[in-house]
Design a binder for this molecule. Structure first.
Ligand SMILES: Cc1cc2nc3c(=O)[nH]c(=O)nc-3n(C[C@H](O)[C@H](O)[C@H](O)COP(=O)(O)OP(=O)(O)OC[C@H]3O[C@@H](n4cnc5c(N)ncnc54)[C@H](O)[C@@H]3O)c2cc1C
Ligand SMILES: NC(=O)c1ccc[n+]([C@@H]2O[C@H](COP(=O)([O-])OP(=O)(O)OC[C@H]3O[C@@H](n4cnc5c(N)ncnc54)[C@H](O)[C@@H]3O)[C@@H](O)[C@H]2O)c1
Length: 438
């Protein structure tokens, strides 16, 4: 009998390592031990950011101060990616020295009982972290060659000349940035009438202008009814009757939680595995963390949930996590979008009185050489001045937002934030200016 069985070796590994270091008897079940670290390490955060990092150099090399043409060497990029992931996997494996690693697909067949390849393992506590897989809408023939998802993209040996990307969420926008920066003709296709419907309208406008400035063709209100590989490329038929051909197609229409691990009706599964505010499922001592619980599909959110649950099991009473304090971002080039806490749409829906202050980055000289003229920073506060959240569209916004995230965690007011004196010339200065206007 184990103290804890973790099912799924994505960010769950962080919890398993902590528990094993505390002397608990811990097992971790992972379909393939070569996949320890999960989607984030193998098909998500790390390889996608590596691809974007190198594509950014190509993008910058097209600025008029440079001569000559840079070409992204895909075989070298993918080989370096494979090498990086192998060494990261090895390091996770080493950290799991006191965890019993079990290879195979786990199934929770009854309370406290996990079946892996015909063998039953028992655990006092069970933590499910089985992640998610790409969702493919009906009518799209996913052949993994001409029609791909992010899984195949990160192993591409050759860039296509044209690509259609279906879905304008995190993966769609990040990969549109990657491809266009690398010199591919990109058509971004969305069923919506505007970009990122939940964000502030000035950020939607700024991001749309950026897509246009970079030459991305944005087909909004274009739902796809059929997409299939042909000898000449991918043939897409839209619900409005029109059709088009592209060399390749990336499907980026969301990810669905992996829930087939649950084979007992004592655990409720809806969109994801249902959990309470402490990530406990409908069955006591059985938890679900990360993508599979359908709350937030982010690696840092999965990790903090795995650690919170592990601390609860160890009797450390970590308290309830505030998921509003999780930074969310989309890493586009040359500016990314990042948000934390509340935004205008949520504050309006909640009927809360609030103040907002914004600034255009075009007012700041570095914006010219960072190609950040369309950038905008927005901060929200309540009527007493308590900082409630922010939305940023700026170079490295996912880094810039960390000072706002700390202000939220520390329950700072605008007048406290105004006492910071940021460095010149940085975009943090622009943030200082936003606080001074609130
Ligand atoms: C292209 C892309 C880019 C991304 N970029 C970012 C980013 O920059 N920042 C960010 O925060 N997030 C990013 N994400 C999201 C992030 O990868 C996920 O939110 C994160 O990996 C979720 O962690 P997890 O542990 O819940 O699941 P996963 O990482 O998916 O791990 C689940 C593991 O469980 C295993 N498993 C599944 N079923 C079973 C079973 N029955 N038995 C045993 N093992 C099983 C799987 O093999 C897998 O290893 C990105 C995702 C993608 C696809
Ligand atoms: N920087 C990051 O943190 C980062 C980067 C990439 C991915 N991720 C995570 O990975 C997850 C998956 O990314 P994603 O871009 O696939 O999902 P997403 O939810 O961000 O975007 C999916 C897009 O597809 C559209 N869509 C959904 N169902 C559809 C359908 N049936 N037909 C047509 N369009 C449809 C949605 O309206 C949306 O525009 C995200 O939730 C995100 O949290 C995070």
């Amino acid at each position: 009998m184990y103290d804890i069985i973790y099912i799924g070796g994505g960010l769950n590994y962080a919890g398993a390592i902590v528990a094993s270091k505390q002397g608990l008897k811990v097992a971790l079940v992972e379909t393939s031990l070569g996949h320890l670290g999960g989607t984030c390490l193998h098909e998500g955060c790390i390889p996608s950011k590596m691809f974007l990092h190198h594509a950014n150099t190509v993008r910058q090399s097209n600025e008029s101060v440079f001569r000559g043409e840079l070409v992204l060497d895909m075989p070298t990029l993918t080989a370096q990616k494979t090498e990086l992931l192998a060494s990261a996997s090895k390091s996770i494996m080493a950290q799991c020295k006191d965890v019993e690693l079990i290879e195979g697909k786990g199934k929770l067949i009854a309370p406290h009982k996990v079946e892996v390849e015909g063998k039953i393992y028992e655990g006092e506590y069970i933590v499910i972290g089985t992640g998610s897989i790409p969702f493919i809408p009906e009518g799209i023939v996913y052949d993994k060659k001409a029609i791909i998802t992010s899984n195949e993209l990160l192993d591409l040996q050759k860039l296509p000349q044209t690509i259609a990307i279906y879905g304008d969420g995190a993966i769609g926008l990040e990969m549109a940035s990657f491809f266009v920066s690398a010199g591919v003709e990109v058509t971004l296709i969305s069923r919506h009438d505007r970009l990122l419907p939940h964000t502030h309208s000035s950020i939607q406008n700024a991001m749309t202008k950026e897509l246009e400035r970079q030459g991305i063709i944005y087909l909004k209100e274009h739902a796809i009814s059929k997409a299939e590989p042909t000898e000449k490329g991918v043939h897409i038929t839209f619900e409005n009757g029109a059709s088009s051909m592209y060399e390749q197609m990336l499907v980026a229409t969301g990810r669905q939680p992996n829930t087939d691990v649950v084979a007992t009706d004592q655990i409720t599964v809806k969109r994801g595995i249902e959990t309470d505010d402490f990530f406990q499922t409908t069955l006591e001592k059985h938890f679900a963390i990360g993508d599979c619980n359908g709350k937030l599909q982010l690696a840092h959110a999965a990790r903090v949930q795995a650690l919170n649950v592990t601390k609860q099991i160890m009797g450390k009473q970590p308290g309830k996590l505030n998921l509003d304090h999780v930074v969310r971002f989309i890493h586009t080039l040359p500016m990314s979008y990042a948000t934390v806490g509340q935004n205008r749409q949520r504050l309006e829906e909640d009927g809360m009185e609030f103040k907002e202050s914004s600034i255009m980055l075009s007012q700041f000289k570095p914006a010219a050489f960072h190609q950040a003229g369309n950038g905008v920073l927005i901060v929200y506060a309540d009527t007493s001045g308590l900082i409630l959240g922010a939305e940023l569209f700026a170079p490295n916004a996912e880094e810039l937002i960390s000072s706002v995230a700390m202000a939220l965690a520390g329950e700072m007011t605008v007048s406290m934030a105004r006492q910071t004196i940021m460095a010149h010339p940085t975009f943090s200065e622009a943030l200082e200016r936003v606080y001074s206007r609130l």
